[in-house]
Design a protein around this ligand. Structure first.
Ligand SMILES: Nc1nc2c(c(=O)[nH]1)N[C@H]1C(S)=C(S)[C@@H](COP(=O)(O)O)O[C@H]1N2
Ligand SMILES: [Mo]
Length: 401
């Protein structure tokens, strides 16, 4: 660009900013960045993943893993807010304490947890509220995740309600705080604590020690983590050391500032005009991700291609997954798996076609849930400054040769 043209352009931008509303049009949201390479190094119990930071560990699962309903433990994404994660936990001496407004304070060992309570299992999607954040334009604050800040596993553990029953709640108990075991590197940073209102917690909420039939991987919260099916995972506290029952909400950084969206009907705002009120992100919206093929794959002309991927929501259940090969004009129904893993799990889908035109082909996928909610086109996604809850229609572009 010539210098003169640059100035011309700068003038155009300035005048459209003055118009205000035309700035809104510039806030077009696109597709998440989903073709990043995996790191050359791997963390213990993990295969190489897409790495954003090693301290704290921030690891993303590559898109091509999302062709099966269960995400393998060693490919499961990792997100920690604080760098100082304990490096050693002794399962023989580990206990979790339950205190605060309870009749009887408890200290439960792992062994007690596994032998003295009813053992339950739930298959559920764990998705960070910031998953796919890299799609937001202008850029939204936080890790620029592609679509792999999520996974689905079968979690085994004990119902939180059974533990609270054993402790016995006092009459004015209203909030339950969960502490992670890690520490911040600087004393100004608060520890990772989440508070949940008692009435938000149902029987599906469990304290899990097992993931897909094995101990939790260390980085996914060994030896115990909270599982809250249907909700974004910011409250699924890992490496829980302590459960404290209170009668008043304490103002906590991770509850008051992060993982919140505008408290208005569209849950949206603009870069220039922030929404005055916010609310926690909580329930997941309906979404689907294509696992195969991936971006820029080479596909043979007239060969038999089976598009595969996963779809999920907050537990209402997926009704249909639709595929478009013409930019979203026509949609065709994909085949869904039998749904045996339950309403909180991924439903896998498949869709066969024979590419009959050469060159670039874009495959688009959208899911519809049982209450009729679906995914908007990426360009119609509403912006929020935290970059949360992205669920635009997914697409990959392949090369037919
Ligand atoms: N103790 C602790 N638990 C935590 C967090 C954390 O930083 N510390 N991050 C939360 C967030 S924001 C996410 S997305 C999930 C990530 O879980 P994973 O690392 O098992 O994928 O853990 C949640 N639980
Ligand atoms: Mo998260």
């Amino acid at each position: 660009m010539k210098r003169r043209d640059f100035f011309k352009k700068a003038v155009v931008t300035a005048s459209s900013a003055a118009l205000g509303t035309s700035m809104l049009k510039a806030d077009v949201t696109g597709q998440p960045i989903d073709n990043r390479k995996v790191s050359k190094v791997a963390f213990p119990e993990k295969r190489p993943l897409i790495m954003y930071s090693d301290r704290p560990p921030l690891l993303e699962t590559p898109r091509d893993v999302f062709t099966s309903a269960l995400t393998p433990n060693d490919l499961f994404f990792v997100r920690w807010h604080m760098p100082d994660i304990p490096t050693h936990i002794d399962p023989e001496t580990f206990t979790i304490s339950v205190n605060g407004l309870v009749e009887k304070e408890l200290k439960i060992s792992l062994n007690d947890l596994k032998t003295k309570f009813e053992q339950v299992e739930v298959t559920a999607v764990l998705q960070c509220g910031g998953n796919s954040r890299s799609a937001f334009k202008p850029i939204a604050g936080g890790i620029q995740w592609g679509s792999g800040a999520m996974g689905c596993a079968t979690w085994k553990g004990v119902r939180l309600s059974d533990i609270l029953d054993q402790a016995g709640l006092q009459k004015d108990a209203t909030w339950i705080g969960f502490n992670g075991s890690e520490k911040a590197a600087y004393y100004e940073t608060p520890n990772f604590i989440r508070e949940l209102k008692l009435d938000e917690l149902d029987d599906h909420v469990i304290l899990a020690y097992e993931m897909n039939g094995e101990d939790l991987p260390y980085l996914n919260g060994y030896p115990l983590r909270l599982i809250i099916p249907g909700t974004y995972s910011d409250s699924w506290v890992k490496m829980i050391s302590n459960i404290t029952v209170t009668n008043a909400y304490k103002h906590l950084f991770f509850m008051d500032v992060a993982y919140r969206v505008p408290d208005n009907a569209c849950e949206c705002e603009t870069h220039e005009k922030r929404a005055p009120k916010t609310k926690p992100i909580r329930k997941m919206n309906v979404k689907s991700v294509i696992g195969y093929p991936t971006h820029n794959s080479i596909i043979n002309h007239k060969s038999h291609v089976v598009v595969r991927g996963v779809a999920w929501d907050d537990g209402h259940g997926i009704k249909q997954v639709l595929v478009s090969l013409d930019g979203g004009k026509n949609w065709d129904v994909a085949l869904l798996d039998d749904g045996k893993l339950g309403r909180y799990a991924y439903r896998t889908f498949r869709y066969s076609f024979k590419p009959n035109t050469l060159g670039k082909t874009t495959i688009m996928v959208k899911a519809i849930n049982k209450i009729g909610h679906t995914q908007p086109f990426a360009k119609d996604i509403k912006w929020n400054h935290g970059g949360y809850k992205y669920n635009g229609i997914d697409e990959v572009t392949v090369e037919v040769v």
